[in-house]
Design a protein around this ligand. Structure first.
Ligand code: IVH
Length: 671
């Protein structure tokens, strides 16, 4: 066997481990998933050719083991304890008082941690190698799930650096993040298998699979929050420092963990985490406060099966039972129709709720939700409450199924649900009130019609007061009307009118983009403009003709086609053109794209035109315009006061054009 193969294998393993560390521990990956997969595949390939080089800690060996028939028992030499719970500030204040009294101190240094909602796991590392993974069980005896634990990529098979003790038991929570949980349930549903009620159940169910190959397909992760048995070397004297040490060995530790002083800071942390909870990628059901000093922890000791030096401060119950009185449909800004359950009011997670989102038709069918059902609702932080599940035993005889309306409840336009899509949408577009605000904001945005000063507050007022019923109305507003708005004086009204006037001179591409046709972004809008040349040709294009345009597939073509077939949209476009919106004519010449395949970057200010105008001109000639310089860049156009892009171009040896040569080039190419 060639020696360089062994070297390459070693190199690959090190690289893969490094990327794992960056991804799971530092939360700072530097390669794409595809690149990571490529490294893994190369390693697998080499190990297949040279099986004698396979080692148990190779990253390929995470899914090696065969299914077992049962999990062997593991005795926890250092018991895995549980935590006392507190449900109110008073209980936490009591806890702190008891701690201070026992320690005879005025103020205690705590470590505050999120309380992850997964399951506790113990990982035994001998000489840095993962040898056993075990569940908590009853705290004294758990189940050995080593083969399953090894499939979790966040858990290192080999610790990094060398300053770890010869034996250390690392403890923490195996969990499934919210996104992984949703995906898993979607997959389960597709396969016709049972779905999980929450991420915690999903994590527990996944880890307790007899076949590790199944566990390997589950999106499990891990955060360390403590240690068990340690032999052979001293660890730092503070809990936080121990966690940081463990992190340096390549084990993930939550970045939300903080050292804080005294009880007030604990309560403040609790409130902050409660607010952050909906945005966290994983579920937490409270926070944990732990005395930081290990020496103080030892002095405090234990009571029954929980430490006196720690307490879990739980978030209020978030689930409750209620009845669905009716199901309505709400229309969002993008036209998405969302069914909403009207509930018998119920107190949950600290507030009374009367509505819960049902997301879409599939979700209603999946959960088999009917009007009249008794359901469990959940409210997490300040997110919109959701229905967890129906209690089938309580279904009344007259429970009714929900049917998505065929017409938009707001504007009466057709409702369409594209094949393969979960969301039903109103096709009313510019005409639908509910979509109006979002549509106007998009229409006015910088890359669309670029109407300066037309912000959210203003648009809301215009729509609320029915002064604007569609985007065309914007161009028919009078100064007098504008001055009737809040915080709008003569000067601001003039400014807005001026901005509207200025926006009338645009490009066809911008105009098409501004219309807000579904799936038609800036680039597609531009392609459409240059392909058809005139608005009229685009309006009358068949689906087949639309599909001939670069980047336009059958779905986008259908969106465009439907959009221009809605009479309201036609009216609005006519009104816009009547208002004076215009653009330079485009000459459609099939092979007059002399810059096709060339990539340009613009930097610095040009005298004769704005950068956006320069971009338009280049695009019209078939060029690609990129934001950053790379080896693939063909030309960098350098204006006054150029940025680092010019330097980079110089370094890479990319051709540079000043404004004069750029203009000359344009002139030549445009003929
Ligand atoms: S410490 C000696 N810290 O909560 C203390 N536990 O109710 C042992 N948990 O079994 C646990 N996040 O599964 C600790 N930051 C955290 C935690 C945490 C979640 C779980 C763990 C434990 C249970 C106790």
């Amino acid at each position: 066997m060639p020696e360089n193969i062994a070297v390459r294998i070693q190199k690959l393993r090190e690289e893969i481990n490094e990327h794992n560390y960056r991804y799971y521990v530092l939360d700072d990956p530097i390669i794409s998933d595809a690149e990571y997969d490529r490294l893994m595949r190369e390693l697998e390939e080499l190990e297949k050719q040279y099986p004698e080089l396979i080692t148990p800690d190779s990253p390929t060996q995470r899914v090696g083991a065969e299914p077992s028939s049962a999990f062997p028992e593991v005795v926890h030499e250092v018991p895995m304890l549980s935590l006392a719970n507190a449900f109110s500030d008073e209980e936490v204040i009591d806890f702190d008082r008891r701690v201070r009294e026992r320690l005879k101190v005025d103020m205690v240094e705590y470590v505050a941690e999120p309380k992850l909602d997964g399951l506790a796991i113990s990982l035994m590392y001998e000489n840095g190698k993962l040898v056993t993974g075990a569940t908590r069980g009853d705290g004294s005896r758990g189940e050995e799930v080593t083969a399953n634990v090894k499939t979790i990529r966040a858990i290192p098979l080999q610790l990094r650096k060398k300053d770890y003790p010869p034996l250390i038991e690392i403890r923490g929570e195996v969990y499934m993040d919210k996104k992984g949980f949703e995906e898993l349930n979607r997959r389960q549903l597709e396969k016709g298998e049972k779905t999980f009620a929450n991420p915690r159940n999903a994590a527990a169910g996944s880890l307790r699979q007899l076949d590790p190959k199944i566990t390997a397909t589950r999106p499990l992760s891990f955060y360390c929050y403590g240690i068990g048995k340690v032999e052979g070397s001293e660890l730092p004297g503070k809990h936080y420092d121990i966690l940081m040490k463990i992190k340096s060995w390549g084990v993930p530790v939550s970045r939300e963990i903080k050292v804080i002083q005294g009880i007030d800071a604990c309560l403040e942390y609790y409130r902050k985490m409660a607010g952050k909870r909906p945005q966290l990628p994983y579920d937490i059901d409270g926070v944990v406060y732990k005395v930081n000093s290990i020496e103080q922890q030892e002095r405090l000791g234990y009571v029954s099966r929980a430490p006196r030096w720690a307490i879990a401060h739980k978030f209020p119950a978030e689930e409750a039972t209620t009845v669905i009185k009716d199901i309505d449909v709400q229309v969002g800004r993008t036209g998405a129709l969302t069914p909403v359950a009207r509930l018998e009011p119920v107190f949950v997670g600290g507030v009374t709720i009367t509505n819960a989102t049902l997301h879409n038709q599939d979700e209603i069918e999946r959960k088999d939700i009917r009007i009249g059902d008794t359901v469990i609702v959940r409210r997490a932080g300040d997110v919109i409450p959701e229905i967890v599940r129906v209690i089938p035993e309580k279904r009344p005889r007259n429970a009714r199924k929900f049917v998505m309306p065929k017409k938009c409840p707001v504007c009466g336009s057709d409702v369409l649900r594209a094949e393969g899509e979960a969301i039903a949408r109103c096709t009313g577009g510019l005409y639908c009130q509910a979509q109006l605000i979002g549509t106007i904001l998009h229409f006015a945005s910088r890359r669309a019609m670029d109407i300066e000063g037309l912000g959210e507050k203003l648009v809301e007022q215009l729509v609320d007061r029915r002064m604007v019923k569609n985007v065309a109305d914007l161009y028919y507003l009078s100064k007098h009307q504008l001055m009737s708005l809040e915080r709008m004086g003569a000067k601001s009204a003039d400014n807005l009118l001026q901005a509207l006037e200025k926006s009338k001179s645009t490009t066809l591409g911008r105009f098409i983009y501004a219309l807000g046709i579904r799936e038609v972004g800036e680039a597609t809008a531009r392609s459409l403009a240059y392909h058809f040349g005139t608005l009229e040709k685009l309006e009358n294009a068949s689906k087949e003709a639309l599909e001939e345009v670069e980047d336009v597939g059958p779905i986008v073509a259908a969106h465009i086609y439907t959009f221009f077939r809605q009479p309201q949209n036609k009216d609005i476009i006519e009104k816009l053109v009547k208002a004076g919106i215009h653009w330079p004519a485009i000459e459609v010449t099939e092979d007059k794209q002399p810059l096709k395949g060339k990539t340009f970057v613009l930097t610095g200010a040009l005298e004769s035109m704005t950068r956006d105008e320069a971009k338009e001109k280049l695009l019209a000639l078939g060029a690609k315009v990129s934001g950053s310089v790379s080896k693939k860049t063909d030309y960098v156009i350098v204006g006054a006061d150029p940025g680092s892009k010019a330097e980079k171009a110089k370094k890479l040896g990319v051709s540079m054009l000043n404004e004069k040569s750029f203009l000359r080039m344009l002139k030549e190419l445009q003929g």
